[in-house]
Ligand binder design. Sequence first.
Ligand code: SF4
Length: 639
Amino acid sequence: MSYQTSANCFSADGPLASYIEGFAVRAGQQDMALAIEQAIDNNSQLICEAGTGTGKTFAYLVPALLSSSQVVISTGTKTLQDQLFHKDIPLVKSALNSQADVALLKGRANYLCWYRFELHRKSYEFSQVSSQAQLQSLADWATTTPTGDLSEVLQAEALTSVWPAITSTNENCVGQECADYQRCFVVKARRAAQEADLIIINHHLFFADAVIRREGFGELLPEAGAHIFDEAHQLPELASLFFSQSVGHLQLMELARDCQNEAVEAAKEFVDLRRLTEQLMQQSNDLLFALGEEQRRPWQQLSQQHGVTKGVESVRLTLQELSQLLTEASKHHTNFSPYLQRANSLLNRLQATTGQAEEDTVQWVEIRRRSYGLNATPLSVGRQFQELLETKGGAWVFTSATLSVNGGFDHFTDGMGLRTAVCERWESPFDYSAQALLYLPKDLPPPNSHSYTKSMMTAILPLLKASHGRAFLLFTSYKALKESAKLLRAETDYTLFIQGEMPKSQILADFRTCDNAVLLGTNSFWEGVDVKGEALSCVIIDKLPFASPSDPVLQARLEAMSQQGQNGFMQIQIPQAVIMLKQGVGRLIRDEGDHGVMVICDPRLTHKSYGKIFLRSLPPMPVTHDINAAQLFFSDDPR
Ligand code: SF4
């Protein structure tokens, strides 16, 4: 039996209602599926915001499975990718009786690389961090797994320190010259994707493919007829990351180590290779030391420091010498060709990130405790993204629960160059006026004052008592999180789950089953976290989530806008913060049976004129400034 349209599938007597227990007809879901179906049929661009509870996953899966075109669906994370592939798609396929061939494709770093595993398994470093038993069980698994996806291996987490040595990167994969090419898991996964009707990828892989195409190194993904992006609000930042040029400490060290390992196997006579690679490692370490404390800084500032420029120049000269040596070596030993390409690519990137800056690009450095990254980031990604869409052709659908700001999509369409896209919104079907209350505490000091966190915690403690814990506290900084955790430990008996003290998945699993718990988290808990039911009845946000104004990329973008007579605060900072706030607020009501109080402590929401933009962008909840009214919300609770 076949079903002609998405609308049929979502009707009360359609296949989804017949097959899925508890399936409810939702007008928004039906309309959204129809709009996506039309976009695919017309090869057009569609941006759709679907409020929490619309059922957007099924709304795009059904037209994707019904389409006669090859469709790529891209999700925000690998976890969501796995959930789609292993849970949602089998269910919808069964309901639709679909025979579509579906492939799951991840980035190459998720698959065991036979070549590198064999190259490193006998190395000294490897033996220091993994036991022979672990390695043997990994080898046994590798000979039986059909996918080579390391997420299948329970002990993979224990092997994180050797993960780079058993997986591949674009730079270190030796490609068709590889002796293991025929049994390569990456090659197999890509072949399966080429032939599939529906391919499930993640945004990182989508952009990695775009970069490889741009640089003329081939392609990872097929030329599909349609692309659907879920969690599309993440795309501007990811596009910025992938359209950047970067070179870092880890890549330099890895090139040096890989050359050394290869030289042991293939060319013992190249003593100079050992000398140069040792020198490169030493110089990269020296540069890390010269760069100083952990931070992000514009290259323009750092390039004034003699130690830094001297360090970069030393690395550049050694890379040049290494490149010459590898040119000679690869004439006699083809195994060295990929290393030559890598050395040359790193040299080019060193030039892009520390040489004469290209127009409309900002050069900046990220300094971490054990590594650094030199970057050149475009000030705007819209043009490149639009060119990419035009080159690939077909239909493009972008969906998320958080794309609009104050009802408009300009921030997203301008940022991504999607000026001809049709924009649609479907409000959440939840009854926010009855299910939720927005509490905005009064009389808090300015959020940049020293006493802010303490005052904020004092203001919300009575509410936490009324809600009996069962709360998320979402912070914009780790410092505020730690200070609040200390205060809560002193003032309450609630079980506290604190980001960083356990893995995120463990924190969430325990929070769901624990009575009266309070979870304290920063960035990663603002989105993609789903806790239904009474365990989560209150979400408290400390400050409006503005990006750090000291970020060199943001600074350069604001400066460029100001030079063009535009207001970067209104056009960049506010929309970004609104989208993130909407994500945070979206944690509270996850189901039509959920009830709860949303608290946004930041006084700028009421005192600043731009506060209205935030408030108008949130679901339509009743608002109160009265703590008693907020406490009363929980008065029916018998606990
Ligand atoms: S082809 Fe590349 S990824 Fe595959 S086994 Fe060889 S080196 Fe590893």
